[in-house]
Design a protein around this ligand. Structure first.
Ligand code: 3HC
Length: 684
């Protein structure tokens, strides 16, 4: 293995280079090399200052996550950062790309920091269930102030070089050649003594009112719900205001070790790699090139079509959007403009960018206009006949090689493809609502979908900043298919004595953003309803028949006031009781544990079926779908990782306990039974 750390000398300035692609992760060899080179520079009389810089696309992007959970190799990162700070000659960090986690801590250990304006600094450790564990929680508030440190460490979101400069984390922004300017900067400061050490500063941590921390927590309550790492980050930063540096780092170390050995960090670190694995397509050669997509066509300017279009417009890709009549077209494009403007009002976009995005949109009533598009996405309502008619027309209009996609959430993509003369160009692109916001994209691979079509979809997803997961053709694909047993059991539980509030409360306590009934009310209780008020086979039918379609009607499983605040509904309870009586279902007390077993364990069983049928490439893909599509708490890793953590034998035991209540259609996944029996796991 080649040494990732090297050095060169410019006059009396020593440059220590790291070259550890792709992101200069701080592996053992990097840590060892940094200490070696700092010591060499210190003992070389011809050297008066040091610059630490990285080759490739970024400054150190953090500790090497692949080393987590393995036996530690010395020196530890905290020692490396301390060694840099203890250097008797000034050390300057030259930052480009992203100085993240341990990378940001190395920068703070340096006596000075210079950065390109495009650089970013951040503490994403919280996303791995951790905290900056190399003195970062103690140095960051000392240099940048408590509020900035809290924000960086508890949200994990990086800040721009300009923000870093404004708060004193960066000493100079560099226009032009970073290294040249960093060396010139080192020349300027080489004789200044005493050396400015982040750990010795007290001006920004002395006299901080402790209420700052409670206020921050109150204002950001969502961050702290269920997730333990944000609190640990906050506690360490608070410690920086209460005790000397040496004691503060001991608090940091203890809390870091506690987090690292806990299940939440394990789940989050697993998920980091799960997300990256999802982008890889099994059985497709890496040499397959994507098709060029210069213009996208979208059929339907409703909520989905509009949201889908916005993704491409925001990424600078022109969109032709087609509707049946002018009113619908105007309404759709009007909503898109309004959405952009509200983003601009929040400061996340400039008016100019709004103009640019909308300028790329070509609204049209002429289906033939789709002939100019390289990818056409159909986003009309869920009806196989309608979709087939559209794809038949598209087949006659689309240019050769254009990709034809359906945004269906449930329907058979093979059947849709079969009406065209080019099933190899057809696939499903299942966006989640609201499509301009939700990160997940299920890429549905038809039996005949060509490899380069899939590769194009995955590449395009990255361009529009979605997390894409490949799914096979089956009813509901990965995400919605797993919703089916959950919803079925949730409704059965109502008949047996649970209330919508109880079921939802259990799901929210588990960490989901909302429970099954809150979700039904938000999405629309009427989705998938047969539209015949006289046919009442379920509680859902009964609600739809009396216009309780959810939030949009002001009533669903819950009652809503004018501010959309929900309250339990006596009317709904009466419907449930009536329905239960008619079906002869006896009411009993339902425990929270039973709700978990019937609504979550059954989802795991469905996930296992999806895997055994080959409809998901890997268990971790199922987890990515559930985290990004439905808000499964990432600190629980996703349903399959969670099942592994619980123990598959426990899952099977729970299901067996509930077996008699699961319904006639219930069946076990053989894969789940086999793995439980063999003591195996779905994920690693
Ligand atoms: N360690 C090991 N591998 C890493 C890594 C890390 N810290 N960061 C990224 N990688 C790997 C990825 O797994 C990926 O590998 P693959 O190509 O085999 O799939 C490859 O580098 C490229 O990563 P991305 O696909 O994510 O590249 P992007 O350009 O999209 O993003 C990035 C680059 C913004 C640096 C992003 O990779 C990232 O956010 N990385 C994680 C940063 C992080 O969490 N740092 C904190 C680590 S914990 C820490 O420092 C603890 C300390 O406080 C003690």
């Amino acid at each position: 293995m080649t040494d990732p750390i090297s050095s060169e000398t410019h006059g009396d300035i020593r440059i220590i280079w790291s070259d550890n692609p792709p992101v200069n992760a701080i592996s053992a060899a990097v840590r060892q090399g940094l200490v070696r080179e700092i010591e060499a520079a210190e003992s070389d009389d011809a050297v008066n200052a040091v610059v630490i810089a990285c080759k490739g696309r970024t400054f150190f992007a953090g500790a090497d996550i692949t080393e987590f959970g393995k036996p530690p190799i010395m020196p530890w990162l905290p020692e490396v950062v301390d060694r840099i700070e203890a250097c008797t000659k000034p050390v300057v960090a030259a930052i480009h790309g992203t100085a993240l986690g341990g990378g940001c801590e190395i920068a703070l250990g340096c006596h000075y920091r210079v950065a390109l304006p495009s650089a970013k600094m951040g503490f994403p450790e919280v996303n791995l269930g951790l905290l900056p564990g190399a003195g970062g929680t103690q140095r960051a508030p000392r240099v940048g102030g408590v509020e900035l440190a809290l924000q960086m460490a508890t949200t994990g979101k990086p800040i721009s070089a300009q923000q870093a400069y404004d708060h004193g984390l960066v000493d100079r922004l560099i226009e032009g050649d970073l290294l040249q300017h960093a060396v010139a900067f080192a020349e300027e400061v080489k004789d200044i003594r005493p050396l400015p050490k982040s750990s010795e500063r007290q001006d920004k941590v002395d006299g901080v009112d402790p209420s700052v921390f409670e206020d921050y927590k109150k204002a950001n309550a969502k961050l702290f719900r269920g997730d333990i790492a944000p609190q640990a980050n906050l506690d360490c930063i608070k410690a920086a205001t209460e005790m000397p540096y040496d004691k503060g780092v001991m608090v940091e170390r203890t809390k870091f070790m506690e987090l690292m050995s806990g299940p939440q960090a394990r789940a989050r670190q697993y998920f980091f790699f799960a997300e990256r694995k999802a982008a890889k397509i099994d059985g497709v050669d890496e040499s397959v090139e994507p098709r060029e997509i210069k213009r996208v066509g979208v059929i339907g300017a409703g909520t989905m079509g509009g949201g889908i279009s916005m993704n491409f417009l925001s990424a600078g890709i022109p969109v032709t959007i087609v509707e049946m009549n002018q009113d619908a077209l105007d309404r759709g494009t009007g909503i898109m403009l309004k959405n952009y403007q509200s983003t601009a009002k929040k400061g996340r976009m400039t008016e100019e960018q709004v103009g640019q995005a909308m300028g790329l949109l070509k609204p049209s009533l002429n289906f033939e206009d789709l002939g100019e598009c390289d990818l056409i996405i159909e986003a009309v309502y869920e009806n196989m006949d309608v979709k087939k008619e559209i794809f038949t027309r598209l087949d006659g209009i689309a240019k050769p090689g254009a990709i034809l996609a359906s945004n269906t959430s449930y329907l058979d993509v093979n059947e849709i493809a079969s009406v065209t003369s080019r099933p190899q160009d057809v696939l499903g692109l299942h966006f989640f609502s609201p499509a301009n916001i939700m990160k997940l994209l299920e890429v549905v691979r038809g039996d005949k979908t060509a490899d380069d079509v899939l590769v194009t979809a995955m590449a395009l997803a990255k361009k529009i900043r979605k997390v894409a997961v490949v799914a096979g053709v089956c009813y509901g694909f990965i995400g919605n298919r797993m919703l089916i047993p959950r919803q079925l059991q949730a409704e059965k539980l109502l008949l047996e004595g649970a209330t919508p509030e109880q079921v939802d409360r259990v799901h929210v306590a588990f960490g989901m953003p909302m429970g099954p009934f809150q979700m039904a009310d938000l999405a629309g209780v009427d989705i998938g309803w047969h539209r015949d008020p006289s046919r009442i086979d379920s509680i859902r039918d009964a609600l739809c028949a009396i216009d309780r379609w959810g939030q949009k009607k002001g009533a669903g499983f819950y009652d809503y006031d004018e501010n959309r605040r929900p309250s339990p509904s006596e009317k709904v309870q009466a419907i449930i009781d009536d329905f239960a009586a008619k079906k002869g279902v006896e009411k009993r007390d339902i425990s929270d544990q039973e709700i978990v077993e019937r609504t979550l364990y059954t989802m795991v069983n469905e996930g296992a079926k999806i895997l055994e049928e080959g409809k998901a490439q890997r268990a971790s893909d199922v987890d990515v779908v559930w985290v990004y599509g439905y808000g499964w708490p990432v600190y629980r890793g996703g349903p399959m990782h969670w099942a592994d953590a619980e123990g598959l034998d426990k899952i099977v035991e729970g299901l067996k306990r509930q077996e008699s209540r699961l319904g006639e259609d219930w069946s076990y996944s053989q894969l789940l039974l086999d793995k439980a029996e063999a003591g195996e796991k779905f994920t690693r």
